[in-house]
Design a protein around this ligand. Sequence first.
Ligand SMILES: Cc1ncc(COP(=O)(O)O)c(C=O)c1O
Length: 378
Amino acid sequence: MHRTLPVDSSPVRDLLALTSRPEVISFAGGLPAPELFDLDAMRAAYDVALQDRSVLQYAPTEGNASLRALVSARLTSRGLPTSDVLVTTGSQQALTLVATALLEPGAVVAVEEPTYLAALQCFQMAGARIVPVASDAEGLDPAALREVVERERPALLYLVPTFANPTGRTLSAPRRAAVAALAEEHDFWIVEDDPYGELRYRGTPVAPIAAASDRVLYLGSFSKIGAPGMRLGWLRAPADLLRAVTIVKQAADLHTSTVDQAAAAVYLSHNDLDAHIARLCVEYGARRDAMIAALPATVPDGTTWSDPDGGMFVWLRLPGDADSAELLREALRHDVAFVPGAPFFATTPDPATFRMSFTANTPAEIAEGMQRLAKVLR
Ligand SMILES: Cc1ncc(COP(=O)(O)O)c(C=O)c1O
């Protein structure tokens, strides 16, 4: 059997390559702000870690024991009792490993729509059939999910329930309970992908779905609260599944970088990550506010947008039959960029949608970028 992977370049990808020109104010990538990296503490952590030669050696697939203990303790203290995790090379790798471990070719994966593009790619590459479930401002609609589940019998449901990529939406607590109950009743797995949950700028935290159900594989990441370049994520899952995924990881890459794990363990034990996240939240909250405040003067009347309580993204829809990919071409001529929404849809794209990230630019840069964008959109 031939496997043909969708590796062609796309017009949107070619356009987004242009956003790296230095004169472009880019709202496209989901990047943390580099000036807010905890650089001195990280450098010190690598220094301490490198005092032990074994951090340059091969290591067990499960991951660095102290990092696993520190991450487990942190999840537990945030209301998600955790005895162990598998350290992964970013949560992106956890998605691939979970897809390999759980999905037969042709298996059905249910997803909220729109959803994280690289998760869609990951499930597609595993040979899954993706079935979208309708969602609204409160996230995935449990009634729509029930219909899909009864009709399609999915093996798993993929969700970014808190400050979703690309919409910024958060699934409400009652809906989380309804989704967990459906997973129990119909015996499917929930993949709860949570890289943004700790970046909350207002409102009160909602407990992870994993706290109420053991049908959940919970994915965490150091990328948005620490540094994505370290490529550190973790998977919390029922013990037998965690073992199965560990075997898949062994075949994939033996283990995640020993030195990066060791440095992260030192960083977490010598520093107050909560305090660092609190600083990020103050800064990102101001950037969020700057973008939301500028929107009415930037977009045409009739545009709708999400109003996220945290995370990195605002999701917009232009009125009528606008084509955001076409508008991106024009925006790049004005040295400003965003991501067209179409690729985030599993089935029927809505070309009038697009995603804007507010984290990587200062409020002053956001104001300037929004003025440039107004010339294109209005
Ligand atoms: C929803 C979601 N999941 C997973 C990832 C991958 O993150 P990482 O592999 O850096 O942990 C991202 C990155 O943007 C994301 O938005």
